[in-house]
Design a protein around this ligand. Structure first.
Ligand code: NAD
Ligand code: UDP
Length: 317
C-alpha cells in the first residue's frame, strides 16, 4: 500500500484523483486550504479509513511520511487565480518549494500539475512540449502562467541538483463533474447558463479555440505518468486534441440541454489565448499508448447531469 499526498485534493481534479487512488488500494492524504475546493467533493471518502483530510496551506511547509506526491494546489480558473494574484504566485512557487523539499527528504516521487498556460497565447499550433511559449509576464494571467512556469523551473532544478524523482504534466482545459459551478470557466459557465435558460456569454466573437478533455482521461494520464520509471520526467502534454471554437461549444451545450438560452457577446478579456490544442505524441509514446477516450459530447452529457443534480439540491445556485 502506497502513501500518497494530493495537494489541492478537495478541488475538481484532486477529488477525482483521491477517489481513483483509494479505489486502487492506496492510502491517501488530501491536503487543501479550501480556497476553491469544497468538502462536498470528498465527503463520500471521509468514512474510508485509508483517507485523511488535512486543512493546510501549501505556502507553509508540511511534513508527512509519503511515497508519492501529486502537487495540484493552485486556483485554476481565471477569476479565482486573478482574485489575489500575489497569493497565486506564492501558492505555485512556495507550494512547489515546500512539496519538493518533502519529496527530497522522503525520496518520494512528485508530480506537478502544470498547465497549457505555460505556452501563453501560442504562435505554434498545435503546441508540442519543446515550444517555449508566448507569455505576457505583466498581464492579468501572469500570476498563474509565470507561477506555473517558475514551478516547472524549480522541479527541473530539484531533479538536476538533488535527483528528486520529478514528473511534470502540462494539463490542457479539463472539465467534468465537481467543477465549481461559479468558477467562470467556459464549460461550467455555459452549462449553468443553459440549464437556467440565461444568456450564454461568449467573450469576443467566439472564434477562439480550446481543446476540452474529460477529467477521467486526465486522471488516467497522470497516474500513468507517475508510474513511469525515474528517467522520464516530462514535461508532457495531457489533453484531448479535439479542437472547438467557443461558439461551437456554446451551440453544443444549448443542443444537449435543450436550452432556450440566447447567445450574447461580451468583450474578450486581456491576453485571452486565441487558439489551443495539445500535441500529444509524446504522451502516447511514453505513457503506454495513453489516449483520451471520451468525446466532447459524451463528456458534456455527464457534466450536464452533474450540474442538473446540483441545481436541484441547491436552489441558491
Ligand atoms: P480547483 O480550483 O478545483 O482545485 C485547486 C485546489 O487547490 C482547490 O481545492 C483549492 O482549494 C486548493 N488550493 C488552492 N490554493 C491552495 C493553497 N495555497 N494551499 C492548499 N490548497 C490550495 O482547480 P482544478 O481544475 O482541480 O485544478 C487542479 C490543478 O490542475 C491546478 O494546479 C491547476 O493549475 C491544474 N490545471 C487544471 C486545469 C483544468 O482545466 N482543470 C488545466 C491546467 C492545469
Ligand atoms: N469564455 C467565454 N465565456 C465564458 C467563459 C469563458 O467565452 O463565459 C471563453 C474565454 O474567454 C476563453 C475560453 O472561453 O477564450 C476558455 O476560458 P476558460 O476560462 O474556461 O479557460 P482558459 O482561458 O484558461 O483556457
Amino acid at each position: 500500500m502506497k502513501k500518497i499526498l494530493i495537494t489541492g485534493g478537495a478541488g475538481f481534479v484532486g477529488s477525482h484523483l483521491c477517489e481513483r487512488l483509494l479505489n486502487e488500494n492506496n492510502e491517501v492524504i488530501c491536503l487543501d486550504n479550501f480556497f476553491t475546493g469544497d468538502k462536498r467533493n470528498i465527503k463520500h471518502l471521509l468514512s474510508n479509513p485509508f483517507f485523511e483530510l488535512v486543512r493546510h496551506d501549501v505556502t507553509v511547509p508540511f511534513f508527512a511520511e509519503v511515497d508519492e506526491i501529486y502537487n495540484l494546489a493552485c486556483p485554476a480558473s481565471p477569476i479565482h487565480y486573478q482574485h489575489n494574484p500575489i497569493k497565486t504566485v506564492k501558492t505555485s512557487v512556495m507550494g512547489a518549494i515546500n512539496m519538493l523539499g518533502l519529496a527530497k527528504r522522503k525520496n518520494a516521487k512528485i508530480l506537478q500539475a502544470s498547465t497549457s498556460e505555460v505556452y501563453g497565447d501560442p504562435e505554434i499550433h498545435p503546441q508540442p512540449e519543446y515550444y517555449w511559449g508566448h507569455v505576457n509576464p505583466i498581464g492579468v494571467r501572469a500570476c498563474y502562467d509565470e507561477g506555473k512556469r517558475c514551478a516547472e523551473t524549480l522541479f527541473i532544478n530539484y531533479f538536476l541538483q538533488n535527483r528528486v524523482r520529478i514528473k511534470i504534466v502540462r494539463i490542457f482545459n479539463t472539465y467534468g463533474p465537481r467543477m465549481h459551478p461559479n468558477d467562470g470557466r467556459v464549460v461550467s459557465n455555459f452549462i449553468m447558463q443553459a440549464l437556467k435558460n440565461q444568456p450564454i456569454t461568449i467573450y469576443g466573437d467566439g472564434s477562439q479555440t480550446r481543446s476540452f478533455q474529460f477529467v477521467d482521461d486526465l486522471i488516467e494520464g497522470m497516474i500513468r505518468m507517475i508510474n513511469t520509471d525515474d528517467s522520464i520526467i516530462g514535461p508532457v502534454n495531457i489533453g484531448n486534441p479535439g479542437e472547438f471554437s467557443i461558439l461551437e461549444l456554446a451551440n453544443k451545450v444549448i443542443d444537449l440541454t435543450n436550452s432556450k438560452s440566447e447567445i450574447i457577446y461580451l468583450p474578450l478579456p486581456q491576453d485571452d489565448p486565441l487558439q489551443r490544442k495539445p500535441d500529444i505524441s509524446l504522451a502516447q509514446q511514453i505513457l503506454n499508448q495513453w489516449t483520451p477516450k471520451i468525446s466532447l459530447e459524451e463528456g458534456l452529457k455527464k457534466t450536464i447531469s452533474y450540474f442538473e443534480k446540483l441545481l436541484q439540491e441547491d436552489k441558491t445556485l
